[in-house]
Design a protein around this ligand. Structure first.
Ligand code: 0L1
Ligand code: MG
Length: 261
């Protein structure tokens, strides 16, 4: 376990990199002894800095929850982060590339809760019972690490590359729908670039939300009613540049889009 001073120094460094859209080598190059708990402590300090500037915590995210993403990044464990109102882009809105380093997009199923979820012991059933509705979402990730080269501890400290997200389409009750077999198509500039189904995320997207609630439970936190939760990219992340239009179609849930300017 590293000192509070080191935790604060890394949180400040990652915060500055995000604010200035500037990349950095991964922080474990500087501090190889960093452990998992230290990484989440840095993430908490980063969140505290952003909240102190007036941002509002509106939800959470699970990352690296699909086998496609795990394979793409060469890892085997999901990671968890938080969502602020400042990350949110309106449906069909614009995302400014000059505020980002090297954005990529991920197609996700987004959960909105109607009841608190507190781990340990959460599972698919408890998540579905606590879910108000699900809807399509595009997460824009933007690792602060040079060329997206990181290890899991560094990426946890960097709030799991969270940068922007958009939700939209048609909210759907989870009653009577099988989230495992819902198909998705991600288009870039009108061309389909990634395809998948909900089961790509840990077998069932609600399993990712359960893992998140159990993770937060270990840290004395819960997922409060009203939280918005990104359950993780169903496919590999897709690189985007200025001028790109991205649209996600989700079976039975319509579409959501984003324009990079
Ligand atoms: O949301 C995600 O799956 C991203 C997790 C962090 C790893 C990455 O930057 O791809
Ligand atoms: Mg994601």
């Amino acid at each position: 376990m590293v000192s509070e001073e080191i935790i604060e120094r890394f949180a400040q460094h990652l915060d500055t990199c995000a604010q200035e859209a500037r990349d950095t080598p991964k922080i474990t190059d500087d501090c190889p002894e960093l452990d998992w708990d230290d990484a989440y402590r840095i993430q908490e300090r980063l969140r505290a800095r952003q909240l102190a500037r007036g941002a509002r915590l509106i939800g959470y995210k699970a990352g690296l929850t699909s086998y496609a993403k795990m394979r793409q990044m060469g890892v085997e464990t999901p990671v968890f982060g938080y969502l602020l109102d400042t990350f949110s882009v309106p449906a069909s809105g614009t995302c400014k590339t000059n505020e980002l380093i090297h954005p990529k997009v991920e197609p996700e199923i987004v959960f909105v809760l109607k009841a608190d979820l507190q781990g340990p012991g959460c599972h698919i059933g408890t998540v579905l019972a606590a879910t108000d509705f699900v809807l399509p979402g595009i997460e824009v990730i933007d690792s602060r690490y040079r060329d997206f080269k990181f290890d899991l501890k560094s990426v946890i400290a960097d709030n799991t590359s969270a940068a922007r997200f958009v939700v939209g389409g048609k909210p759907l009750s989870v009653r009577g729908v099988d989230l495992r077999t819902l198909g998705i198509v991600l288009e870039k500039n009108g061309t389909p670039v990634a395809f998948g189904a909900g089961a790509a995320v840990l077998g069932h997207p609600a399993a990712a939300v359960a893992a998140l609630a159990n993770h937060l439970g270990q840290r004395g936190e819960k997922l409060p009613a009203g939280s918005l939760i990104l359950s993780g990219g169903i496919t590999e992340a897709v690189t985007v540049i200025k001028g790109d239009h991205v649209t996600l179609h989700v079976q039975e849930m319509g579409s959501v889009s984003l324009h990079f300017v």
